[in-house]
Design a protein. Structure first.
Length: 131
């Protein structure tokens, strides 16, 4: 994937008229641009992270998430999986967006287990078109 990005940037540098530069300068410019893009790919998730508390509600229709005044809803058909990984509940959407719920998000292990079980059943039903 990174090689494709490098090639895209190299072609872009060439088509923008920088092809008149020497081969070494063109390669250096392409590598610099590539490094900047890779750095942005690493930094973007950090910049978009929302440290505010999030409210996540599951019901028969799907998930609803609230951060401050922002709200979003996802139907169960839009959720790929609800899994338990190392004590964290991982909810992954079909668009690959992910919610990571730490154990501290639940008042008790029983509530966590109930939340996990309901989510897994609902995803299975939503993927079968039952929901």
């Amino acid at each position: 994937r990174h090689l494709g990005l490098f090639l895209f940037i190299a072609i872009l540098v060439y088509t923008l008229g920088w092809h008149q530069l020497s081969a070494e300068s063109s390669i250096g410019t392409a590598i610099t641009c590539w490094l900047l893009v890779v750095a942005l790919m690493v930094l973007y998730p950090q910049m978009m992270f929302k440290p505010q508390s999030r409210l996540l509600v599951m019901d028969a229709n799907g998930l609803e998430t609230t951060i401050g005044t922002r709200r979003a809803k996802r139907a169960w058909g839009d959720i790929r999986s609800v899994t338990d990984e190392g004590g964290y509940i991982i909810i992954t959407g079909t668009n690959s967006n992910t919610f990571v719920l730490p154990p501290r998000a639940f008042p008790s292990p029983a509530m966590r287990a109930s939340f996990l079980s309901f989510g897994q059943r609902s995803v299975a039903a939503g993927q079968c078109g039952v929901n």
